[in-house]
Design a protein around this ligand. Structure first.
Ligand code: SF4
Ligand code: SF4
Length: 181
């Protein structure tokens, strides 16, 4: 009888200890999010999908040389014609080179960040890792993003059956998703 009472007491005590742990966390804020309508925004130094701004790019090719995976390619636009100097006026500064097209093959990218580090454009960066960690690829060809002047930060890809370049409409912009603080 004595052993039985000790057993019941021990089991009850352990049950109460478990319930106390549950009670302690019951009213704390939840750490789970309602994915995909709600997402956790990564830290500022997170290396997400590369975004590219063709207007800020000066077609220097530093990112191409820095990339260890050889996944960046570009073509410079033809230089603008230089107007003849006007007598008595300072010569117009040479126009910065512009890009004709620019591509990144995400199938080969290892998100090392060396291209962003090597990009000399300041204060507005031409190439940087965004905070976006989601991308949808259905085919190998879709992994090659291509930009030209006038495209948005996500560029275009061959998403249609006929292989035509189409804007990226299914890229989820993490910054525009409700954030759980
Ligand atoms: S993150 Fe690294 S691997 Fe990817 S494009 Fe930039 S340099 Fe190349
Ligand atoms: S993205 Fe930056 S490093 Fe690459 S070509 Fe343009 S300006 Fe140069």
């Amino acid at each position: 009888m004595k052993n039985y009472i000790a057993f019941v007491f021990d089991a009850s005590w352990n049950t109460l200890k478990g319930l106390w742990v549950t009670l302690k966390v019951l009213f704390l804020p939840s750490i789970t999010v309602q994915y995909p309508t709600e997402k956790i925004v990564p830290y500022a130094r997170f290396r997400g999908m590369l975004a590219y701004d063709a207007e800020a790019c000066i077609a220097c090719g530093m990112c191409v040389r820095a990339c260890p995976s050889k996944c960046i390619a570009l073509a410079k636009a033809a230089p603008a014609p230089v107007s003849a100097p006007v007598e008595g006026q300072p010569a117009a500064p040479a126009a910065k080179p512009k890009i004709e097209w620019y591509t990144i093959d995400y199938g080969r990218c290892n998100f090392c960040g060396l291209c962003e580090e090597s990009c000399p454009t300041k204060p507005k960066k031409a190439l940087w890792h965004s905070l976006d960690y989601e991308a949808i690829f259905s085919t190998r060809a879709e992994m090659v993003r291509r930009w030209k002047r006038g495209d948005d930060l996500w560029g275009t890809a061959r998403k249609t059956a006929d292989g035509q370049l189409a804007p990226i409409t299914d890229q989820i912009h993490i910054q525009s998703v409700p954030v759980r603080k």
